[in-house]
Design a protein around this ligand. Structure first.
Ligand SMILES: [Zn+2]
Length: 138
């Protein structure tokens, strides 16, 4: 399987779901507050499905950011529509079980870098993993 990348797997979603990332200013000018995906490409499939679901529900929404925060999917948006919550919660649950690099599951919970949402093989190849054990892990 090829390596998932931002350019191939995430960037096209911004164009595909452009209306979800754009609002209209008072003078009628379209404007996007979206500043890109700050997630690993392994989450592209579940984020794509989340965006498709939001589009299908025809929710009035402007998505500002889709990011990983402390190993979890975090979506920032403007809307008055409460129907968004279950859609984002479902995607968040999937993300919590999906490797952010390769898209495989299950996620491997390493006791040190617990905020890294990686599978075991990706964890083993992760160059920046912490070498310092937790104080009580000795
Ligand atoms: Zn992986």
């Amino acid at each position: 399987m090829r390596k998932l990348t931002y350019e191939q797997d995430l960037a096209p979603l911004e164009a595909r779901y452009e209306t979800l990332f754009t609002t209209t200013l008072e003078d009628g000018t379209p404007w996007s507050p979206f500043w890109g995906f700050e997630i690993g490409a392994g989450w592209a499939a579940l984020v794509s499905e989340m965006l498709a679901e939001i589009e299908a529900q025809n929710l009035e929404i402007t998505i500002c950011n889709i990011r990983e925060k402390w190993g979890r999917l975090d979506v920032l948006y403007w809307t008055q529509d409460a129907d968004i919550e279950p859609i984002i919660n479902r995607a968040g649950k999937r993300a919590a079980q999906t490797c952010k690099l390769c898209g495989n599951s299950p996620r491997f919970d390493h006791p040190i870098d617990w905020e890294l949402c990686l599978c075991k093989p990706c964890w083993d190849n992760w160059p920046a993993k912490s070498k310092v054990p937790l104080p009580d892990a000795e």
